[in-house]
Design a protein around this ligand. Structure first.
Ligand code: HAM
Length: 423
């Protein structure tokens, strides 16, 4: 039988890669703590109706759908937002607002696999429910900034737009919601000509074309041009004011590099306000994205509830870190190996291992009964940083031999000094 492979688009994460992933997820968790988000765990499998209701064709067509043995139509979650909206209309219905919920885990989309595009991938997801204030949009962007900053990522740029501006123009000129969604899907793919062809009203087409043409590096200028363009469009005007307010809050409270792009749209259908994605210059794919979705919870049968959120693509964040060769990657602590020189020293060696673990050092113990040379070779192959060699002579003097496996140097240290050295 040929050796089994992983399913196309799905990966095993091993060794250093696995550790970088879990460290990155831990940083997301730290960010959640810093911003007061509470962690929730939701199932990987949800009812198809829930997942497909408001997600948009782009994702709807790429879901892993199956019938369970009870003949229910279910699917693997393609994102967290629908599950969180379900929670807000059920178990968390009566919780005081704002609700700030954080999750990490794998999500599934039948995308065409390539670098940074998988069918199973990891997200860290943040949802802020119950506030329609620009401060809430700002917090979501600030926390994304904090997360990436903590990882040491450089030169990332926020691309920001506002769905309310585009929808405000379209609805003012009588474009129905279904066509609006079809237009936005095409704009998301930068197929502007195809998007414009879906509009009957010439005035509306001209306005949208002018919006697409606005390209300024200075956000003040972009907002000014937008304000002039939508002067007669009441809802779009309010949306532009909201965009300006959020950007003012963001830029006044942090050093953030951002581009405002009026024609920016996202594949997901539920957005109603600010939307954003994050990029680094070396990668063409977004490492995170999100936005405001004030009508999703209502569409799921809950009370009208404002909400804004984002998800970071952890696989892509890790690629971004690797692309920039971030210090964070070399800071992965791989621990030490404790090796007794003889059978009779096992207990002493185990005690030393315990003492180091009690002080937070990651310790492996030589478990195969190998001779010293082989044991050191093995510790080196595993990428451990140090070997602690427990020998009789040194032990009598309260010492051990510490071998730096990278520099290939060794010193004799008092056991009492060990922890300080290894920390
Ligand atoms: P999204 O833009 O679909 O948003 O996904 C968020 C991030 O997941 C992307 O920016 C990207 O980094 C990563 N990602 C997407 N597809 C793939 C893939 N095939 N392989 C690897 N990474 C991928 C959402 O999922 C929304 N639920 C975000 C949100 C939360 N909006 C409001 N609340």
């Amino acid at each position: 039988m040929p050796a089994f492979q992983t399913v196309r688009g799905m990966r095993d994460l091993l060794g250093k890669d696995a550790q970088i992933f879990s460290n990155t997820l831990a940083k997301a968790q730290e960010t959640a703590f810093l911003f007061g988000f509470k962690e929730v765990f939701t199932p990987h499998v949800e009812h198809l109706d829930l997942l497909s209701a408001k997600t948009g064709d782009e994702i709807r067509q790429r879901m892993f759908i199956f019938e369970d043995l009870g003949k229910r139509q279910v699917a693997l979650r393609p994102e967290f937002t629908a599950s969180i909206a379900r929670l807000v209309t059920s178990a968390l219905k009566n919780e005081p607002k704002p609700l700030k919920l954080f999750s990490t885990g794998t999500v599934y989309r039948y995308d065409e696999p390539q670098k940074g595009r998988y069918r199973e991938f990891w997200q860290s997801n943040f949802e802020l429910i119950g506030s329609d204030k620009p401060e809430a949009d700002t917090e979501i962007i600030l926390l994304t900034n904090k997360f990436l900053q903590t990882l040491g990522l450089q030169n990332y740029v926020f691309k920001i737009g506002h769905i309310g501006v585009i929808k405000g123009i379209l609805s003012h000129d009588g474009v129905d919601e279904k066509t609006q969604n079809a237009i936005l899907q095409r704009m998301d793919k930068k197929e502007y000509d195809l998007a414009l062809k879906l509009i009957d009203s010439e005035k509306c087409r001209t306005t949208l074309q002018s919006l697409i043409n606005i390209k300024s590096k200075d956000w003040h200028d972009t907002v000014k041009q937008l304000s002039v363009l939508v002067a007669e469009y009441e809802k779009a005007k309010v949306a532009v004011e909201n965009l300006a307010e959020v950007i003012t809050l963001i830029t006044s409270s942090a050093e953030i590099s951002l581009n405002v792009e009026p024609a920016f749209a996202r594949g997901l259908e539920y957005y109603t306000g600010i939307i954003f994605e994050v990029y680094i210059p070396q990668l063409e794919i977004a490492i995170g994205g999100g936005g405001r979705y004030d009508r999703l919870i209502e569409a799921f049968g809950g009370e009208a509830t404002a909400a804004v959120g984002c998800a970071h693509g952890i696989d892509r964040v890790v690629i971004a870190l690797q692309t920039q060769n971030t210090e964070y990657l070399t800071n992965v602590k791989l621990g030490v190996m404790v090796i007794p020189v003889a059978e009779s020293l096992k207990v002493d060696a185990l005690k030393i291992a315990q003492m180091l673990r009690d002080c937070g050092v990651s310790v492996e113990f030589e478990l195969m009964g190998r001779k010293m040379g082989k044991a050191l070779e093995d510790a080196d192959k595993r990428g451990l940083e140090y070997a602690i060699i427990v020998g009789e002579r040194e032990l009598k003097e309260g010492c051990v031999v510490v071998k730096d496996l990278k520099k290939r140097e060794q010193t004799t240290l008092l056991i009492t000094e060990l922890v300080e050295k290894l920390r």
